[in-house]
Design a protein around this ligand. Structure first.
Ligand SMILES: CC(C)(COP(=O)(O)OP(=O)(O)OC[C@H]1O[C@@H](n2cnc3c(N)ncnc32)[C@H](O)[C@@H]1OP(=O)(O)O)[C@@H](O)C(=O)NCCC(=O)NCCS
Length: 140
């Protein structure tokens, strides 16, 4: 992902999240040196992911596939690629948070080998108050 990709990324983000990242959040991730990727299919960007690598730990901060492209295996392909990237950087474990209500994502992560490690209470903003996150992790 480069700054010039942010228009394409921001065309997807608000259509798939009730509480989307802002362009500034993506800019901060790029400036912080996180491992930021776009997922291209043909000529267009249909997804993206942001991976934070700290010593031997990796944290997946964002993984997204455009609404129209979902359910075709792209999310799993992108997740597999991020696991590979984390391994290449010497990470031993990969962690992520997911909303308790996000059954599709939880199923994707479980199928990929993630386990539930903890509940982070009221981690996310929600329509009615706050929502818990599941902290999931896997050994790479
Ligand atoms: C979560 C997300 C990245 C998955 O990407 P995707 O391309 O739609 O998913 P895939 O086609 O690779 O499917 C992966 C698994 O998700 C599940 N899944 C996908 N679409 C599903 C649907 N409509 N209903 C139920 N389960 C579904 C399946 O378990 C599937 O594995 P299987 O086919 O082996 O059973 C994508 O749906 C997305 O961007 N969602 C909105 C943003 C989001 O929630 N991101 C994650 C935040 S933690």
């Amino acid at each position: 992902m480069q700054l010039s990709d942010l228009d394409a990324v921001m065309a997807i983000e608000p259509e798939i999240y009730a509480f989307p990242w802002t362009a500034g959040n993506f800019r901060d991730s790029l400036n912080a040196g996180h491992s930021c990727w776009v997922y291209e299919h043909g000529q267009s960007i249909i997804g993206y992911a942001v991976l934070m690598l700290v010593l031997d730990e990796a944290h997946l901060l964002n993984i997204s596939i455009a609404k129209a492209a979902q359910g075709n295996g792209h999310g799993r392909a992108l997740l597999d690629r991020m696991m590979e990237k984390a391994r290449e950087h010497g990470a031993l474990n990969l962690f992520l948070e997911v909303r308790v209500s996000n059954k599709v994502a939880i199923r994707l992560y479980e199928n990929a080998g993630f386990n539930e490690m903890a509940i982070r209470r009221k981690y996310y903003p929600a329509e009615n108050g706050r929502e818990d996150a599941i902290l999931m992790g896997m050994a790479l």
